[in-house]
Design a protein around this ligand. Structure first.
Ligand SMILES: *Cc1c(COP(=O)(O)O)cnc(C)c1O
Length: 367
C-alpha cells in the first residue's frame, strides 16, 4: 500500500536501516503528511522529554489520514490523555515490580527469566507497558551489563527459558546479539530462548536481512513473541518476514493487548486472529491493558475482554483463540480468564452451556 511514500524506491523501502533513519519524530515531520488534531498537537508538545516519539515510515503508511480514530494513529501519535491529570493519577510507572537486583532482569516465574536489553524502539507505542524506561533515552545495555545478566542465569539452574525483551531487542548490533546468544547457549540448563519483538509490525524489513536470520538460526531453538494488535498491521511485508523466519525454524506467537478504541470489539479481534492464522502466526495471549502511567486511557473493562472471548469461540479454530490474561499488580503473575461454560454442578453432574447456546447435562465420573 505504502501511503505517503509512493516515491521511495523499492530497495530503500525494503531496507531496515532506511526505515529507522527516516522515522518521524516531530510535529513537523508528521504534519508533512497529515493534519494533526488539537489533542495530538497538545499531546506531542506535553509529552516532550517524558515519553519519546518515533514512527517508522512503514507503520505511519498504514494510517488512514481522514480517520481521526484510526487504530494505527492511536497507537503511535501522542494525545493529551497521556499526560492529563487522570492518566498520571491512575497509573504507576512499574505496576509489576519488574525492577530487581540485576538491572534489566526480572525473575518472577521459577523457570523463566525476562531480560530488558535496550530502551531503543523502532516506534514508541503510546500504550507501552514499559513507558518508564524510555526517559533514559535510546540506549542498549553494555556488554558488562549483559555479562551480569548471563552470570545470574548461570547461577540459577532452575531457569530453562530466557525471554529477551526491551525496548526492541532485535535492534541490537550483530555483535551484541552474537555475544548474548552464544553465552546463553553455553549454559546447559537454558533450553529455549525467546525474543519479545514488535518489529514484525513496526519494521518487518528487519527480517529481510540474511545476516540477522543466520544468527537467529545458528542458536536454535529460538522463538519469537510478537505484538499485532489490529488486522491493518498484517501487511505484505509482515507476511514475507514471517515466512523468512519460519524457513529458518523460528516459530512465532502473538501477544495482543486489548486497547480501547483500537481493537476493543469482537469483529476486529476475529479478523485479527483469522489474519494471523493465515500468515501462520499463533495467537498466544490477549492481555488486559495494564495500569501503566501514561497509558491508562487505553484500558477497558474485563467484561469487554470476556465478551470478545465468548464471541470468538465457535467462529474460529481453537488454534486462533488466545488465552485472555490479566497481569496482577505487584508482580504476582498472569491470571487466565475465560467465560464460564459450567452453569451448574452437583457432584459429578455438570450442566454446561455450549458455545452455540445449548444447555447440556453431562455426568463425568472418574472410574
Ligand atoms: C509474562 C512474563 C513471562 C513469560 O510468561 P509466558 O506465559 O511464559 O509467556 C516471564 N517473565 C515475566 C516477568 C513475565 O511478565
Amino acid at each position: 500500500m505504502r501511503r505517503f511514500f509512493e516515491n521511495i524506491p523499492k530497495d530503500l523501502w525494503r531496507d531496515y536501516g532506511w526505515q529507522i533513519k527516516n522515522r518521524l519524530k516531530t510535529r513537523e515531520d508528521i504534519q508533512k503528511y497529515i493534519k494533526l488534531l488539537p489533542e495530538e498537537v497538545e499531546g506531542i508538545e506535553r509529552t516532550k522529554g517524558i515519553y519519546p516519539l518515533a514512527i517508522t515510515p512503514h507503520y505511519f503508511s498504514l494510517i488512514e489520514p481522514e480517520d481521526p480514530n484510526d487504530p494505527i494513529r492511536l497507537q503511535c501519535i501522542p494525545r493529551r490523555e497521556e499526560v492529563d491529570e487522570n492518566a498520571q493519577r491512575l497509573g504507576e510507572p512499574d505496576p509489576f515490580r519488574e525492577e530487581g537486583q540485576v538491572p534489566g532482569l526480572t525473575h518472577r516465574y521459577r523457570d523463566r527469566v525476562l531480560l530488558s536489553v535496550t530502551t531503543f524502539c523502532a516506534v514508541y507505542c503510546r500504550h507501552c507497558m514499559r513507558k518508564r524506561i524510555f526517559a533514559q533515552g535510546e540506549r542498549s545495555r553494555s556488554t558488562e551489563e549483559l555479562r551480569k545478566m548471563i552470570e545470574y542465569i548461570k547461577e540459577h539452574e532452575e531457569i530453562r527459558d530466557v525471554l529477551i525483551s526491551g525496548g526492541e531487542p532485535l535492534s541490537l548490533s550483530y555483535e551484541k546479539l552474537e555475544y548474548l546468544l552464544s553465552q546463553l547457549r553455553k549454559i546447559k540448563h537454558v533450553e529455549i530462548i525467546r525474543f519479545g519483538t514488535r518489529l514484525l509490525v513496526l519494521a518487518p524489513q528487519r527480517f529481510f536481512d540474511n545476516k540477522l536470520l543466520d544468527i537467529l538460526e545458528k542458536y536454535s531453538p529460538i522463538w519469537i513473541n510478537t505484538h499485532f494488535n489490529h488486522p491493518k498491521e498484517i501487511t505484505e511485508e509482515a507476511e514475507e518476514a514471517v515466512e523468512r523466519l519460519l524457513r529458518r525454524g523460528i516459530p512465532i506467537n502473538n501477544q495482543t493487548v486489548l486497547l480501547k478504541g483500537v481493537n476493543d470489539n469482537p469483529q476486529t479481534m476475529l479478523e485479527l486472529f483469522r489474519g494471523l492464522l493465515r500468515i501462520k502466526v499463533k495467537p498466544q495471549y490477549l492481555f488486559h491493558c495494564d495500569p501503566v502511567k501514561g497509558a491508562v486511557h487505553f484500558r477497558t473493562s474485563i467484561d469487554k475482554g470476556l465478551e470478545i472471548m465468548e464471541y470468538l469461540r465457535g467462529r474460529i479454530s481453537g488454534m486462533g483463540i488466545p488465552t485472555y490474561a490479566v497481569d496482577l499488580p505487584g508482580g504476582k503473575g498472569k491470571v487466565p480468564l475465560m467465560p464460564n461454560y459450567i452453569i451448574n454442578r452437583e457432584g459429578d453432574k455438570f450442566t454446561f452451556r455450549s458455545p452455540f447456546g445449548d444447555v447440556v447435562e453431562y455426568e463425568i465420573t472418574d472410574v
